[in-house]
Design a binder for this molecule. Structure first.
Ligand code: PEP
Ligand code: MN
Length: 314
């Protein structure tokens, strides 16, 4: 029986001709297209660690956390000025003031910023401050937003919809690529499934990391904070994600001296835990480069001219 609209990963070359590994043979079986965010490179052997608050709440909280994230050794700062909340009566983010605070945090620490944009009409404004635009889980299926961020000349962090299949996620990425923007980093952030909600917020789908790498050349990172919803699970989940080949991590951090966070406090880790995760990620880089040396033995390398035009890495 054939069913209308049903797709499988065999259809990826047709759904995603711009992003499919099978179509874009220049990337070979393992090559990744590096994405550069203000000098931070996603997709190489060195995992990228991004830390920061769930939401930008105040100047003191965000700038203070930015310094702590920097001291912990992380590469980038995260923080939402616009928050997608379940209830319209909950804190919605600090908006334009939040964007200003983020730009001050960058000025003081030098850390590039990733922040979420939820509304196609706000892409231009958010892109003036953000080094990387985040499309959140709830908006992964928002095709007009995907097209709009595709037209912005900024790298995109595309979170997986909480109930999205891999085909749907890559299809969403293709909407961005279709506007001429291939600077896309995928972010697995946990999916709904049995038994999400019982002992963790979502189910962290680690298997999708190697699966996505097989199907596309885009880098992929993991958000262990929203995936688990439990601060004590964030560190082991981060290690597991790196073991499974994640190119990086997006982690929520809080400092209780600024008070309880307005959202997602239960999943936030402190700066000392972030520093341990960063250390693990840096050691992991050594393991990875050894692995790629072993793997590269006897493997055909891309030609040097190809290497020159494409930033290819494992
Ligand atoms: C976030 O990272 O701030 C966020 C809201 O995550 P998600 O879209 O994955 O729920
Ligand atoms: Mn959050």
């Amino acid at each position: 029986m054939r069913i209308a609209g049903q797709v499988s990963i065999d259809d990826i070359p047709n759904i995603c001709p711009l992003l499919s590994r099978a179509v874009n043979t220049q990337y070979g079986e393992k090559g990744t297209r590096m994405v550069d965010v203000a000098g931070v490179r996603f997709g190489g052997e060195r995992p990228v660690v991004i830390g920061g608050p769930c939401a930008v709440e105040s100047h003191a909280q965000t700038v203070g956390l930015a310094h702590a994230v920097k001291r912990a050794g992380a590469d980038m700062l995260r923080g939402g000025a616009y928050k997608p909340r379940t209830s319209p009566h909950d804190f919605q983010g600090s908006g334009l003031e939040g964007l200003c605070i983020l730009s001050i945090a960058r000025e003081e620490t030098g850390l590039p910023i990733v922040t979420e944009v939820m509304d196609p009409r706000m892409v231009g404004v958010v892109a003036q401050v953000a080094d990387m635009l985040q499309v959140g889980s709830r908006n992964m299926h928002n095709y007009s937003l995907l097209a709009e961020v595709g037209r912005a000349r900024k790298p995109i962090l595309l979170k997986r919809g909480m109930s999205a299949s891999l085909c749907e996620w890559l299809g969403a990425a293709e909407y961005i690529a279709n506007q001429g923007n291939l600077d896309i980093v995928l972010c697995e952030r946990g999916i709904r499934g049995f038994p999400s909600g019982e002992y963790s917020r979502y189910v962290l789908d680690l298997n999708v990391i190697p699966a996505a790498k097989m199907l596309t050349f885009l880098p992929i990172v993991v958000d262990p904070s929203h995936a688990t919803g439990v601060s004590a699970m964030v560190e082991p989940a981060s290690r597991a994600a790196l073991e499974m080949g994640s190119h990086g991590l997006l982690i929520e951090v809080a400092d209780l001296t600024f008070g309880e966070p307005k959202c997602d406090g239960l999943q936030a880790i402190d700066a000392a835990t972030l520093a341990r995760i960063v250390q693990f990620a840096r050691e992991r880089k050594g393991v990875r480069s050894q692995e790629s040396r072993v793997r590269n033995k006897g493997e055909t390398q891309p030609s040097s001219s190809l290497k020159a035009t494409l930033a290819v890495s494992s």
